[in-house]
Design a binder for this molecule. Structure first.
Ligand SMILES: [Zn+2]
Length: 331
């Protein structure tokens, strides 16, 4: 199984014909579909398995609703959207229409539109076939190593698994990220979502990454994060906001909440599997402050900072009574 997978991946990347120039493709090719289908189970396993809680169906529905706008699939059903049971914030896609988001990144989101923008970005990578160019170049030596492993029979499982991981861990070029952002904004807007959410989730990822670095030692280990695979930063946030403005859609009013989305997150496990932490969505009471609520966060340190980042809140504004906030609590 692992040997076959390593060889299949190697064969499909090394021998694939020269691809069309950069730009969107019209459909998912049978060879991409085959490559994706072969890598999918191992990839899912590598990232903690599929999370099958009530949020999984929601993620699939939003992902397919956005994916259909790419024109690659009439019903969006050619896209396999998986919510991963991983404590690392990330989202990625592989050839063949396989799109992934982790529950840790889902927990960071504050609206369905933010989820739609992440899905749109990843579908954009698929539509523009960004991984094809990436496989041919940067991944060549890794593939060669995997083939060598398969031929000599040395630590097959580990090599095959790391090859699969490399499908998603190598960085895209900056231009490819910008292109995926632009396609993502186009798809999500066509699907009826407010495009300003794209800048919001990119900013939230920046903040969360910064906080994780500050509070080093947080769960995650060697599994690649969004930050390690997506060149991000303020420039990308600004560009996303420009893309949103260019659609002509109005910016949502400040403080507007997607309460249905936030309630949907309630109960989602958080952090490492089995750590006994989950998202708890609570209503801000008239006497609640950032301090009273953040004191309930199930972390030994950075409670206040984590609370603000998790909820996308500015540090200097009082909470609005009656609004919803996310807490991370012990189950
Ligand atoms: Zn990307």
């Amino acid at each position: 199984m692992t040997r076959a997978l390593a060889v299949l991946l190697a064969a499909s990347t090394i021998s694939s014909p020269v691809l069309a120039q950069r730009g969107e493709v019209r459909s998912i090719s049978p060879s991409d579909k085959q490559q994706g289908a072969a890598a999918h189970p191992q990839l899912v396993q590598e990232f903690g398995g599929a999370y099958r809680g009530p949020q999984a169906a929601f993620v699939t529905r939003v992902g397919q609703r956005v994916a259909v706008q790419s024109g690659l699939s009439n019903a969006g059903s050619d896209f396999t959207v998986t919510l991963l049971d991983s404590p690392v914030e990330n989202a990625f896609a592989i050839p063949g229409g396989y799109v992934y988001v982790t529950r840790q990144l889902l927990a960071l989101m504050n609206s369905e539109a933010e989820l739609a923008s992440v899905m749109g970005h990843e579908v954009g990578h698929v539509a523009a076939r960004h991984s094809a160019g990436r496989n041919r170049t940067a991944q060549g030596s890794a593939i060669a190593a995997a083939v060598l492993g398969a031929v000599t029979g040395s630590s097959l499982a580990g090599r095959a698994a790391s090859t699969v991981a490399q499908l998603v861990t190598l960085k895209y070029g900056r231009d490819q990220e910008y292109q995926a952002d632009a396609l993502g904004v186009r798809y999500m807007t066509a699907a009826g979502y407010n495009p300003y959410a794209a800048g919001d989730i990119l900013a939230a990822l920046d903040d969360s990454t910064g906080l994780s670095q500050q509070a080093a030692g947080q769960a995650g280990g060697n599994t690649p994060t969004w930050a390690s695979t997506h060149p991000n930063g303020e420039d990308r946030v600004r560009r996303a906001e420009k893309l949103a403005a260019d659609t002509g859609k109005p910016r949502p009013p400040q403080g507007a909440q997607d309460t249905a989305f936030l309630r949907m997150l309630n109960g989602l496990p958080y952090g490492p599997a089995g750590a006994g932490m989950r998202v708890s969505v609570v209503t801000v009471g008239p006497r609640d402050t950032v301090d009273t609520l953040s004191s309930r966060m199930a972390f030994p340190s950075y409670k206040r900072e984590r609370f603000l980042v998790l909820n996308g809140l500015p540090a200097d504004q009082p909470l609005k009574s009656g609004s919803l906030v996310k807490l991370i609590v012990r189950s």
